[in-house]
Design a protein around this ligand. Structure first.
Ligand code: DCP
Ligand code: MG
Length: 991
């Protein structure tokens, strides 16, 4: 199986291609002896009609000055030289390449390649490349008859929204672009800088954010394919008729063909269309202007680049096990080098060791002659649409991956037309190149994995078929594991720890061994992948699962009101995107990047985010929404709950998930039904109004969203923790005034909704007398303990005895301990569904108001670190009355997951009795040699705990304690350690 360089034109096409190539070869051979200069190196011309100088003279000029003369127009012809061309021809031609012969003459005279734009024949904007005006009517321009038809299918109304957004995003004036570019290079940042406080910041930020453009385009094309498929009906593919002339297939029987197609150095290829003089050179697309601007970047006097980058590197190494990123960061130590990233670099640059994503400063060290070109977001969009529209003429079995990449199922097409698959691929690539002026590569295999592998072989500007009779094991063997789908830095680290780094390594071990490292599901997939097997189907109708808006540049605030204003803008932005996607959300997540305590205040990348801790907080809604007021008010509430000082914020994002289609008729709400039943059952319990009513929410909170706490301990925890937090905050603020900010009472902004540290009198008033008394007693005691803490006496014992002890797990065995019966959960009666719903119900209660686990955990989080061991002692202390569950071991019961689920989701702090019980049951499993059951139990338990709030430290401690105990027992009884794949993710209590 050799690389298929065949152009795919089959019998008739092959002749012309051969002829063209021969003429080119003759031309090249003839030119050498007469070569005077290499002025036109990398440039090819085709002369169309009469010109002055004549075609012969132009040919001679090219010959002696290193250029190429094409006797026929080729897709890769750089320019078509002409005086004018009849309209009828123009319609099928790429106008961006038509220039006057005078350009050749002037280049020769000036002895350098001049900008060709002033010589363009067919454009109404002589100084730039002709632009495709999406959404603009044909009559808008006098020259429209001469302009190429936009390659966009205009029937698509939703797409118009995406396009409009993109169009606005790329319509930045040059001055504005310059302003943003200067942000990273200005020597006096405070004068020119635009920060998130400026009202126009967000618009400006998104205009210039490449990641925003890539993400928007990628999501847009997934939606585009869906809509093309829905609009397709029974129209068929008339363009398939053109393919009937292709080489016939020699394959007998049905063989699966999946194609992966990807543009070559996409951003660079698009950019080179307006910079042909740079073809063949090392080129990179980046915000940095390159040259001295990239090697002599002014840095804030208080920024400590080395310290900051070392912190970054350590985080990459220790948390993500990503040495590549760590090395990249360390490469940026040089004080004056630009930290702008290279979005894409040409293959000539790659030969010098430059890679996409590298810092410009570092790249310039490797290749000082590297040329940098700016972004052309409009161009990327235009080419991407042409790519998708070209493929969709032949088939709609397309899985959009990103703006420059897709998978295409070719099996039906090839069967239908009985053509050679690679002949089709060649034809398609030629068509894309001819229409866009940009090369692409394609790989074909019997599944997605192999198709993508084949593309790697094909690049640049080629195509490759991984034959069905190829020895796949041998082919896959050298492939590094991290290049397989789903293998990220942390999984590849885990694998490398047990000596597995390539597919060949995995091929040599058993599946069981791999399962003990990764767990069943991941191991099975990886095992198959390493053998070239990939069972993933192509996903044609990818529904949007998440919509987000995030800014991690320019985030500098000093007052809560500024944060609030910004959140309102971001809320509006994310809601617009949600509406454009025709979706509604049920889950609102606020992601905040906060300067890490050890990170310098001034970041070395001006207005960048520097080293941060990431905090995520979410609200789960009862009903889906696309109302900007609802979304914004939840976001404000979440920010308020985070208690973060405005000046420490470095990045803010809103992520909307659990999306529902606006058009889908809602099914009966099972949860609502369940809540009603629970409420009925708990008529005797106290009812408490939700603590917070978002100030900005114009709509009243619906009756059913008001919270009914399950147990008095929740209310107690909430109230006592508020007091505790206040006291501890005061304590901390004294030592470290800029952190542990409390939005409450800090400013007269509308973020303020409660007075600091005080029990809400309204809630207090609604409590039954006995609880109120307990709360007030507890408050006094807590404050007294805090004072003791200040004087250095450990309050741990007292605190621990006051932490509400939930009922032991043993109670969970009694059906009456749950507020739910199976009948409450109609129509589903499966136990898994019950467990799921219970978990959701519990979570929902927390989100909607109680948040008891959050409050207690916050409270524990605030405790001085030295108290953690005491807390662990408490959790793991031997309990005299360990509930006696002899046989059968509940961890061997079918529904053990339900029990664990109930235990973990319902309790803020694991009760010692329960922890003891778990230890006892697990010991029995160790003794009975039930390793896979221990593995499954621990994995499930760990996942449950990790899915709790990140600061559920008592649970983290309990789990880690359990795990280390198991290892001890393993060594003692079995003589070896178990390998647990799940670990607790908490940087506060583990480390
Ligand atoms: N982290 C990223 C990933 C991608 N891109 C942009 C620039 C790329 O040109 C384009 C397409 O990404 P590819 O991974 O396909 O990379 P290229 O097309 O540049 O190179 P290749 O020829 O390897 O496909 O997306 C980016 O700016 N930042
Ligand atoms: Mg690409």
């Amino acid at each position: 199986m050799a690389r298929d360089e065949h152009n795919g034109f089959g019998d008739w096409g092959g002749y012309f291609e051969a002829k063209k190539s021969k003429l080119e070869e003759q031309f090249t051979a003839a030119s050498d002896p007469f070569r005077k200069s290499n002025l036109f190196a990398g440039i090819s011309i085709f002369v169309n009609g009469r010109t002055n100088p004549s075609a012969d003279e132009l040919k001679r000029i090219m010959m002696v000055h290193g250029g190429t003369y094409h006797h026929y127009e080729r897709p890769h012809t750089t320019f078509t030289i002409a005086t004018n061309v009849p309209d009828v021809k123009v319609r099928n031609m790429n106008l961006s390449k038509f220039i006057s012969a005078q350009w050749v003459v002037d280049c020769l005279e000036n002895e350098k390649i001049l900008d060709y734009k002033p010589y363009l024949l067919y454009t109404n904007q002589k100084t730039s490349q002709p632009r495709l005006n999406f959404g603009k009517s044909k009559n808008d321009s006098n020259n429209d008859s001469k302009l190429e038809e936009p390659p966009l299918k205009k029937s698509d109304s939703n797409l118009d929204g995406i396009l409009k957004e993109l169009q606005q995003a790329v319509a930045a004036s040059p001055e504005k672009e310059a302003k943003i570019t200067n942000l990273s290079t200005t020597s006096n940042p405070s004068h020119n800088a635009m920060s998130a406080v400026d009202p126009g910041f967000l618009t400006e930020f998104y205009k210039n954010s490449r990641l925003h453009h890539i993400a928007t385009l990628g999501a847009g094309f997934k939606q585009y394919v869906c809509e093309l498929r829905q609009a397709q009906g029974s129209k068929g593919f008339p363009k398939r008729q053109d393919l009937k002339t292709l080489t016939k297939s020699t394959q007998i029987g049905s063989v699966r063909y999946v194609m992966h197609i990807d543009m070559d150095c996409f951003f660079v290829s698009v950019g080179l269309r307006s910079h042909p003089e740079l073809r063949g050179l090392p080129v990179a697309v980046t915000h940095s202007k390159g040259g001295s601007a990239a090697t002599d970047v002014p840095v804030h006097p208080q920024a400590d680049r080395e310290a900051e980058l070392e912190l970054f590197a350590q985080r990459f190494e220790h948390h993500l096990h990503d040495n590549i990123k760590a090395d990249k960061v360390r490469s940026g130590f040089d004080k004056k080098m630009s930290l702008s990233e290279i979005a894409s670099c040409s293959y000539e640059a790659r030969k010098k060791g430059i890679r996409n994503g590298m810092f410009v400063g570092q790249a310039l060290k490797m290749c000082p002659e590297l040329k940098t070109i700016p972004y052309d977001f409009e161009g990327y969009k235009e080419v991407a649409f042409t790519l998708y529209n070209t493929v969709s003429q032949y088939t709609l079995n397309i899985e959009a991956v990103s703006c420059d990449e897709m998978f295409v199922e070719l099996t039906d097409l090839v069967d239908d037309l009985k053509v050679d698959v690679m002949a089709f691929v060649g034809y398609l690539r030629q068509e894309v190149h001819a229409k866009t002026g940009c090369p692409c590569s394609a790989g074909v295999g019997s599944n997605k994995l192999l198709a993508r592998m084949a593309t790697k072989e094909a690049k640049p500007n080629g195509q490759y078929l991984l034959d069905h009779d190829q020895d796949l094991l041998a082919y896959m063997a050298p492939t590094p594991l991290e290049s397989l789908p789903g293998v990220g830095s942390s999984m590849s680290y885990k694998l490398s720890q047990v000596g597995l780094s390539s597919c060949g390594d995995v091929q040599k071990i058993t599946l069981e061994k791999l399962e003990s490292v990764l767990g069943k599901k991941q191991a099975q997939t990886l095992y198959q992948n390493c053998q070239g097997v990939d069972t993933r189907p192509l996903n044609y109708e990818q529904q949007r699962k998440q919509v987000s808006a995030e800014a991690n540049y320019g985030i500098r605030f000093s007052k809560p009101i500024e944060v609030e204003n910004f959140l309102r803008q971001l809320g509006a932005e994310v809601t617009t995107r949600l509406i454009d996607a025709k979706r509604r959300t049920k889950s609102i997540n606020l992601k905040v990047m906060v300067r890490a305590a050890e990170a310098p205040v001034e970041t070395s990348k001006f207005m960048g985010h520097g080293v941060c801790d990431v905090i995520n907080k979410s609200s789960i809604l009862k009903h889906s929404t696309d109302d900007v007021n609802v979304i914004t008010s939840h976001v404000l509430k979440l920010m308020r709950e985070a208690h973060l000082p405005p000046n420490e914020l470095r990045g803010i994002g809103i992520h909307l998930s659990k999306l529902e289609d606006v058009n889908v008729v809602r099914k009966e709400n099972i949860l609502k039904k369940m809540f009603v039943k629970i409420t009925e059952k708990k008529k005797d319990q106290t009812t408490v109004e939700p603590q917070e009513v978002p100030a900005t929410n114009s709509k009243p909170i619906p009756e059913e969203t008001k919270v009914k706490p399950k147990e008095k301990t929740n209310v107690l925890s909430m109230l006592t923790a508020a007091a505790g937090r206040k006291s501890l905050n005061e304590d901390k603020v004294r030592n470290e005034p800029s952190r542990n900010y409390d939005f409450f009472g800090a400013d007269e902004s509308s973020l303020v909704s409660a007075s600091a540290g005080q029990f809400d009198p309204d809630i207090l008033a609604q409590l039954p007398d006995d609880i109120r008394r307990e709360v007030l007693t507890f408050k006094e005691e807590y404050l007294r303990i805090s004072e003791n803490d200040e004087t250095g006496r450990s309050p741990s014992k007292k605190l621990c005895t006051r932490i509400p002890s939930p009922p032991p797990l043993a109670l969970a065995f009694s059906p009456s301990s749950s507020p739910l019966n199976e009948s409450d959960l109609q129509p589903s009666t499966s136990k898994a569904a019950i467990a799921r719903l219970e978990k959701r119900a519990t979570r929902k209660e927390y989100e909607l108001g109680c948040r008891s686990d959050q409050i207690v955990s916050d409270y524990i989080e605030e405790l001085p670190k030295h108290i953690h061991p005491a807390l662990l002692d408490y959790i793991s202390r031997p309990v005299e009355e360990v509930p006696c569950i002899e046989e059968p071991n509940f961890l061997l019961q079918l529904d053990y997951k339900n029990l664990l689920n109930e235990w973990v989701t319902k309790e803020e702090v694991p009760a010692p009795a329960d922890v003891n019980l778990m230890h006892g049951q697990i010991y029995k499993l160790v003794k009975a040699d039930k390793m896979s059951q221990i593995y499954d139990v621990m994995k499930y338990l760990c996942r449950l705990i990790n899915s709790k709030r990140s600061n559920s430290c008592p649970w983290h401690m309990a789990y880690n304690h359990l795990e280390s105990d198991i290892q001890k027992k393993m060594i003692e009884l079995q003589g070896y350690n178990m390998h647990f794949t799940e670990t607790i993710r908490c940087y506060k209590c583990v480390g």
